[in-house]
Design a protein around this ligand. Sequence first.
Ligand code: AMP
Length: 191
Amino acid sequence: MIWIFIGPPGAGKGTQAKLLAAHLGIPHISTGDLLRQAIAEGTDLGRLARGYMEAGELVPDRLLLGLVREALEGPATKGCILDGYPRNTSQAEALTEMVHEVGQKVCGVIELEVSEQVLVDRIAARARAEDRADDTEETVRKRLVVYEQQTSPLVEYYRERGVLRPVAGEGTIEDIRDRIFRVTEERGRSS
Ligand code: AMP
Protein backbone atom coordinates (compact mmCIF):
# COMPACT_ATOMS: atom_id res chain seq x y z
CA MET A 1 0.00 0.00 0.00
CA ILE A 2 1.92 3.01 -1.28
CA TRP A 3 0.32 6.42 -1.82
CA ILE A 4 2.30 9.17 -3.52
CA PHE A 5 1.66 12.90 -3.10
CA ILE A 6 2.44 15.28 -5.95
CA GLY A 7 1.96 19.03 -5.96
CA PRO A 8 3.90 22.28 -6.21
CA PRO A 9 5.64 23.80 -3.17
CA GLY A 10 2.94 25.16 -0.85
CA ALA A 11 0.25 22.76 -2.08
CA GLY A 12 -0.02 21.24 1.40
CA LYS A 13 1.62 17.90 0.60
CA GLY A 14 3.45 17.62 3.91
CA THR A 15 0.41 18.43 6.05
CA GLN A 16 -1.93 16.12 4.15
CA ALA A 17 0.61 13.31 3.75
CA LYS A 18 1.06 13.20 7.53
CA LEU A 19 -2.71 13.13 8.13
CA LEU A 20 -3.19 10.28 5.65
CA ALA A 21 -0.26 8.32 7.10
CA ALA A 22 -1.77 8.55 10.60
CA HIS A 23 -5.20 7.59 9.24
CA LEU A 24 -3.89 4.51 7.41
CA GLY A 25 -1.34 3.62 10.12
CA ILE A 26 1.65 3.58 7.77
CA PRO A 27 4.82 5.69 7.80
CA HIS A 28 5.10 9.12 6.22
CA ILE A 29 8.29 9.26 4.16
CA SER A 30 9.27 12.79 3.17
CA THR A 31 12.51 12.99 1.18
CA GLY A 32 12.68 16.73 1.99
CA ASP A 33 12.51 15.94 5.75
CA LEU A 34 15.11 13.15 5.38
CA LEU A 35 17.45 15.52 3.53
CA ARG A 36 16.94 18.31 6.10
CA GLN A 37 17.72 15.74 8.82
CA ALA A 38 20.91 14.71 6.98
CA ILE A 39 21.96 18.37 6.85
CA ALA A 40 21.22 18.86 10.55
CA GLU A 41 23.30 15.75 11.38
CA GLY A 42 26.16 16.90 9.14
CA THR A 43 26.33 13.62 7.18
CA ASP A 44 28.04 13.31 3.77
CA LEU A 45 24.62 13.22 2.14
CA GLY A 46 23.64 16.40 3.98
CA ARG A 47 26.81 18.18 2.85
CA LEU A 48 26.22 17.13 -0.76
CA ALA A 49 22.52 18.04 -0.77
CA ARG A 50 22.62 21.37 1.02
CA GLY A 51 23.65 23.66 -1.88
CA TYR A 52 20.99 22.26 -4.19
CA MET A 53 18.27 22.67 -1.57
CA GLU A 54 19.24 26.21 -0.68
CA ALA A 55 19.17 27.09 -4.39
CA GLY A 56 15.71 25.56 -4.80
CA GLU A 57 17.03 22.92 -7.20
CA LEU A 58 16.53 19.19 -7.16
CA VAL A 59 19.18 17.14 -5.39
CA PRO A 60 20.74 14.68 -7.92
CA ASP A 61 18.68 11.50 -8.34
CA ARG A 62 21.49 9.16 -7.27
CA LEU A 63 21.62 10.80 -3.81
CA LEU A 64 17.93 10.03 -3.27
CA LEU A 65 18.03 6.38 -4.31
CA GLY A 66 19.62 5.06 -1.12
CA LEU A 67 17.26 7.07 1.09
CA VAL A 68 14.15 5.77 -0.63
CA ARG A 69 15.39 2.20 -0.92
CA GLU A 70 16.25 2.12 2.81
CA ALA A 71 12.78 3.41 3.67
CA LEU A 72 11.03 0.87 1.45
CA GLU A 73 13.09 -1.99 2.84
CA GLY A 74 12.87 -0.83 6.43
CA PRO A 75 10.08 1.18 8.07
CA ALA A 76 7.82 1.04 5.03
CA THR A 77 7.60 -2.71 4.42
CA LYS A 78 3.82 -2.58 4.88
CA GLY A 79 3.46 0.50 2.72
CA CYS A 80 3.93 4.21 3.17
CA ILE A 81 2.94 7.67 2.11
CA LEU A 82 5.61 9.11 -0.16
CA ASP A 83 5.84 12.89 0.08
CA GLY A 84 8.25 14.62 -2.31
CA TYR A 85 9.40 11.52 -4.20
CA PRO A 86 9.39 10.99 -7.14
CA ARG A 87 10.11 14.49 -8.42
CA ASN A 88 10.99 13.72 -12.05
CA THR A 89 10.43 10.96 -14.59
CA SER A 90 13.67 9.13 -13.95
CA GLN A 91 12.87 8.98 -10.20
CA ALA A 92 9.41 7.67 -11.10
CA GLU A 93 10.98 4.90 -13.16
CA ALA A 94 13.45 4.05 -10.39
CA LEU A 95 10.55 3.95 -7.92
CA THR A 96 8.48 1.62 -10.11
CA GLU A 97 11.41 -0.79 -10.10
CA MET A 98 12.06 -0.52 -6.34
CA VAL A 99 8.37 -0.96 -5.50
CA HIS A 100 8.28 -4.08 -7.66
CA GLU A 101 11.43 -5.45 -6.00
CA VAL A 102 9.97 -5.11 -2.50
CA GLY A 103 6.70 -6.73 -3.64
CA GLN A 104 4.52 -3.67 -3.14
CA LYS A 105 2.17 -1.63 -5.26
CA VAL A 106 1.41 2.04 -5.86
CA CYS A 107 -2.28 2.37 -4.92
CA GLY A 108 -2.62 5.89 -6.18
CA VAL A 109 -0.99 9.23 -6.77
CA ILE A 110 -2.73 12.17 -5.12
CA GLU A 111 -2.19 15.35 -7.09
CA LEU A 112 -3.01 18.42 -4.99
CA GLU A 113 -4.36 21.14 -7.28
CA VAL A 114 -3.86 24.69 -6.01
CA SER A 115 -3.90 28.09 -7.75
CA GLU A 116 -0.69 30.08 -7.89
CA GLN A 117 -1.94 32.87 -5.61
CA VAL A 118 -2.84 30.42 -2.85
CA LEU A 119 0.61 28.80 -3.18
CA VAL A 120 2.40 32.10 -2.80
CA ASP A 121 0.31 33.05 0.28
CA ARG A 122 0.85 29.68 1.94
CA ILE A 123 4.60 29.69 1.35
CA ALA A 124 4.89 33.20 2.79
CA ALA A 125 3.00 32.03 5.89
CA ARG A 126 5.22 28.94 6.23
CA ALA A 127 8.38 31.04 5.87
CA ARG A 128 7.21 33.14 8.86
CA ALA A 129 6.23 30.10 10.94
CA GLU A 130 9.01 27.58 10.22
CA ASP A 131 12.05 29.62 9.24
CA ARG A 132 12.89 27.27 6.35
CA ALA A 133 16.12 28.25 4.60
CA ASP A 134 14.57 27.52 1.19
CA ASP A 135 11.40 29.57 1.68
CA THR A 136 12.88 32.89 0.56
CA GLU A 137 11.08 34.62 -2.30
CA GLU A 138 13.84 33.87 -4.80
CA THR A 139 14.10 30.14 -3.99
CA VAL A 140 10.36 29.73 -3.91
CA ARG A 141 10.16 31.15 -7.42
CA LYS A 142 12.91 28.77 -8.49
CA ARG A 143 11.14 25.80 -6.87
CA LEU A 144 7.93 26.65 -8.72
CA VAL A 145 9.82 26.66 -12.03
CA VAL A 146 11.54 23.37 -11.15
CA TYR A 147 8.12 21.90 -10.32
CA GLU A 148 6.66 23.01 -13.66
CA GLN A 149 9.59 21.75 -15.69
CA GLN A 150 10.60 18.56 -13.91
CA THR A 151 7.84 17.34 -11.61
CA SER A 152 4.59 18.27 -13.37
CA PRO A 153 5.26 15.78 -16.24
CA LEU A 154 4.65 13.09 -13.61
CA VAL A 155 0.96 14.03 -13.62
CA GLU A 156 0.73 12.72 -17.19
CA TYR A 157 3.04 9.81 -16.38
CA TYR A 158 0.74 8.54 -13.65
CA ARG A 159 -2.47 9.45 -15.50
CA GLU A 160 -1.39 7.17 -18.36
CA ARG A 161 -0.86 4.40 -15.83
CA GLY A 162 -4.36 4.86 -14.43
CA VAL A 163 -3.32 5.74 -10.87
CA LEU A 164 -3.63 9.54 -10.85
CA ARG A 165 -6.16 10.92 -8.33
CA PRO A 166 -6.47 14.74 -8.61
CA VAL A 167 -7.78 16.40 -5.44
CA ALA A 168 -8.74 20.08 -5.04
CA GLY A 169 -6.12 21.44 -2.64
CA GLU A 170 -7.94 24.64 -1.63
CA GLY A 171 -10.17 25.12 1.40
CA THR A 172 -9.53 24.23 5.03
CA ILE A 173 -7.04 21.53 6.02
CA GLU A 174 -10.01 19.40 7.18
CA ASP A 175 -11.90 19.80 3.89
CA ILE A 176 -8.87 18.73 1.88
CA ARG A 177 -8.15 15.88 4.31
CA ASP A 178 -11.70 14.55 3.90
CA ARG A 179 -11.46 14.67 0.10
CA ILE A 180 -8.24 12.67 0.26
CA PHE A 181 -9.66 10.13 2.70
CA ARG A 182 -12.63 9.62 0.35
CA VAL A 183 -10.29 8.98 -2.58
CA THR A 184 -8.35 6.36 -0.61
CA GLU A 185 -11.58 4.71 0.58
CA GLU A 186 -12.91 4.50 -2.99
CA ARG A 187 -9.65 2.81 -3.98
CA GLY A 188 -10.04 0.42 -1.03
CA ARG A 189 -13.55 -0.56 -2.18
CA SER A 190 -12.55 -1.05 -5.82
CA SER A 191 -9.53 -3.31 -5.12
P1 AMP B 1 10.32 19.41 0.12
O1 AMP B 1 10.42 19.43 1.61
O2 AMP B 1 9.71 18.15 -0.41
O3 AMP B 1 9.71 20.65 -0.46
O4 AMP B 1 11.83 19.38 -0.43
C1 AMP B 1 12.73 20.44 -0.16
C2 AMP B 1 13.94 20.34 -1.10
O5 AMP B 1 14.60 19.07 -0.92
C3 AMP B 1 13.61 20.39 -2.59
O6 AMP B 1 13.48 21.72 -3.07
C4 AMP B 1 14.82 19.67 -3.18
O7 AMP B 1 15.97 20.51 -3.19
C5 AMP B 1 15.08 18.57 -2.16
N1 AMP B 1 14.33 17.33 -2.49
C6 AMP B 1 13.34 16.74 -1.77
N2 AMP B 1 12.90 15.63 -2.38
C7 AMP B 1 13.63 15.51 -3.51
C8 AMP B 1 13.64 14.58 -4.59
N3 AMP B 1 12.78 13.54 -4.62
N4 AMP B 1 14.53 14.76 -5.58
C9 AMP B 1 15.40 15.80 -5.57
N5 AMP B 1 15.43 16.73 -4.60
C10 AMP B 1 14.56 16.59 -3.58
